[in-house]
Design a protein around this ligand. Structure first.
Ligand code: UT7
Length: 320
C-alpha cells in the first residue's frame, strides 16, 4: 500500500511585502536580500490566520481531488504557528469543513512539518488504519519574528499548502527522515511567557533566533545525503527524477544541493522568490503551484525534501 497525492491546494495572504518595502522600515536592501537568499517578496498576514488560510487550502485540495469532507479520515497539519495551543489547527480545519469522520492533530517539526505529516499519514495507510488524509503545512511566521533582527525577519513569509493523500497502488516510493535535537538551539523560538507566579522568568528570546550559518551548513550537507538515501531505497538515479521540490529556505542552499547531486538547477522549481521561507508550508505550496500550472504528469518521479528547526529533515520520492 502506498500514499498517493490526489489533490493539492494553497493559500497565501493578500498583502505583498517587497524587499524595498522592508528597506523602508529597517536597515536592509533589495540587493542584500536578493543576492544572499533569492527572495524578492513575501506575503504577510493582516486579517488572515493560520487556520483560515489552511481551510482555504484544504477546500482547494479537496475540490482538486474530487472528494467530500466526509471521506476524510485523517487531518494532519505541520505547523509551529497555530492560532491556538488548543484546539489544534487540524481540529479547526475539521470543524470548518465538516470532516466529522476525521481524526485531527498537528505535528511540530518546523520546516520539515509537512514531510513528517505526510510520512505519518503513510504509516497509518500502511497499517491499514486510515485511507484518506488531508495533509497540510501552514504557518503565520510573521507573528514569531523579531522585527528588529534584520538577519531573520527578512527571510520568512506566511501561507498554507494542502494535499489530499490516499492509500493506493502507487505514490510514495521511499521515505527518509531524521532529527538532531542536539543542535536544536541553532534555530529556536521560545514559547509564551510562563504565567506561573512561582517561576522566575527566563531571559531566553521569545522570537525566532537563528544561527544562519550553522543552519546553512546543516542544510547543504544533510539534504543531499537524505535525498541520496531515498533515491537508493527507490532504486532510482538522480537523473531519473523530473522535479526536486525542496523546502524554500534560500536559493543558495537549493543551488548547492543541485550541484552536490549533479542535477541541473532547472529541475529544482522555486517559489521562494515570491513567497520567502514559509517553513512547513513551502513544499505543499510549491507542489500546488506546479500542479495548477499542469507541470505534474501522471507517472512523473518527484523528490520532496524538507529541513529545518529541531533540527529535523525528511525526504521522499513519489510517483505522481
Ligand atoms: O528553514 C530554514 C531557515 N534557515 C535558513 O535558511 C538559514 C540558512 N542561512 C542563510 O540563508 C544565511 O546564513 C543568511 C541568509 C541567513 C545570512 O547570510 P550570510 O551570508 O550567512 O550573512 P551573515 O549572517 O554572515 O551576515 C553578513 C553581513 C553582516 O554584516 P557584517 O557583520 O559583515 O558587517 C550582517 O549584519 O550581513 C549583515 N546582514 C544584513 N545586511 C543587510 C544580516 N542581515 C542583513 C539584512 N540586510 N537583512
Amino acid at each position: 500500500m502506498k500514499t498517493r497525492i490526489i489533490g493539492t491546494g494553497s493559500c497565501l495572504p493578500e498583502t505583498i511585502v517587497t524587499n524595498d518595502d522592508l528597506s523602508k522600515i529597517m536597515d536592509t536592501s533589495d540587493e542584500w536580500i536578493s543576492s544572499r537568499t533569492g527572495i524578492k517578496e513575501r506575503r504577510l498576514v493582516k486579517e488572515e490566520t493560520t487556520a483560515g488560510m489552511s481551510v482555504q487550502a484544504a477546500r482547494m485540495a479537496m475540490e482538486n481531488a474530487g472528494i467530500s469532507p466526509q471521506e476524510i479520515d485523517l487531518i494532519i497539519v505541520g505547523t509551529i504557528t497555530g492560532d491556538y495551543l488548543t484546539p489544534s489547527t487540524a481540529c479547526e480545519i475539521q470543524a470548518a469543513i465538516g470532516a466529522k469522520n476525521a481524526v485531527a492533530f498537528d505535528i511540530n517539526a518546523a520546516c520539515s512539518g509537512f514531510m513528517f505529516a505526510l510520512h505519518t499519514a503513510d504509516a497509518y495507510f500502511k497499517a491499514g488504519i486510515y485511507k484518506t488524509a488531508l495533509v497540510l503545512g501552514a504557518e503565520t511566521l510573521s507573528k514569531i519574528m523579531d522585527w528588529n533582527d534584520r538577519s531573520t525577519c527578512v527571510l520568512f513569509g506566511d501561507g498554507a499548502g494542502a494535499v489530499v493523500a490516499r492509500a493506493d497502488e502507487t505514490g510514495l516510493l521511499a521515505y527518509e527522515q531524521g532529527s538532531d535535537g542536539m543542535k536544536g538551539k541553532v534555530l529556536a523560538c521560545r514559547d509564551r511567557r510562563n504565567n506561573n507566579p512561582l517561576v522566575q522568568e527566563s531571559k531566553e528570546p521569545e522570537y525566532v533566533h537563528m544561527d544562519g550559518q550553522e543552519v546553512y551548513k546543516f542544510a547543504v550537507t544533510t539534504v543531499p545525503a537524505s535525498i541520496r538515501k531515498v533515491l537508493d531505497e527507490a532504486g532510482l538515479k538522480a537523473e531519473e527524477i523530473d522535479y526536486f521540490i525542496l523546502h524554500q529556505a534560500n536559493i543558495r542552499i537549493i543551488q548547492s544541493v543541485a550541484k552536490r547531486l549533479k542535477v541541473a538547477e532547472d529541475r529544482f522549481p522555486i517559489s521562494l522568490d515570491h513567497c520567502g521561507n514559509i517553513s512547513a508550508a513551502s513544499v505543499p505550496i510549491l507542489l500546488d503551484e506546479m500542479n495548477r500550472k499542469g507541470l505534474l504528469k501522471q507517472g512523473m518521479k518527484i523528490v520532496l525534501s524538507g529541513f529545518g528547526g529541531g533540527l529535523t529533515w525528511g525526504s521522499a520520492v513519489l510517483e505522481w
